[in-house]
Design a protein around this ligand. Structure first.
Ligand code: CA2
Length: 149
């Protein structure tokens, strides 16, 4: 049976391709979704890909994933560094959670060095652009396979 993976994207990621190409690349969010959908299809998974600028909506989707998904790939955007609500929602999950970032926050401004998502994640992928999304999807599938061994 096909695994359903939620890929959740936080604030301002709808602006991809419009500004800061040196940091985030030239691709748009639609390009990132197509790339991610193809990556999921290649490993036989079904991807639910969403973006919101609103913290509460992201929390609602994480709660929905608890019932609907076999794993979560999350780029919480700037909420990565501030949101106790997203941290708490992720902590409740018993499915794999992979934190992903297009850039590498660890080599950027100091305020990006702390992640509240990481303590609730199975793993973190950063700095690889869209490739990170593919690897995160593959990781969710592999972690589900491990569970069944
Ligand atoms: O590198 C990432 O994926 C980030 O999660 C992106 C967030 C940033 O706050 C995190 O520290 C790292 C920001 C996303 C904003 O994306 C934009 C894209 C184009 C133009 C402006 C913002």
């Amino acid at each position: 049976m096909s695994l359903t993976i939620y890929c959740l994207n936080g604030p301002n990621l709808n602006l991809l391709g419009e500004r800061e190409p040196a940091i985030y690349g030239k691709g748009t969010l639609a390009d990132l979704e197509t790339y991610s959908q193809n990556a999921a299809a290649a490993v036989g998974a079904t991807l639910v890909f969403r973006q919101s600028n609103h913290e509460g909506e992201l929390v609602d989707w994480i709660q929905e994933a608890r019932r609907q998904a076999a794993g979560v790939v999350i780029n919480a955007g700037a909420y990565t560094h501030t949101s106790v609500a997203i941290h708490d929602a992720l902590k409740v999950l018993t499915i794999p959670v992979v934190e992903v970032h297009l850039s590498n926050p660890g080599i950027r401004e100091e305020f990006r060095h702390k992640s509240l998502v990481s303590p609730a994640a199975s793993g973190v992928i950063a700095g690889l652009g869209p490739l990170g999304y593919r690897l995160a999807i593959e990781a969710v599938v592999a972690l589900n396979q491990q569970k069944r061994v």
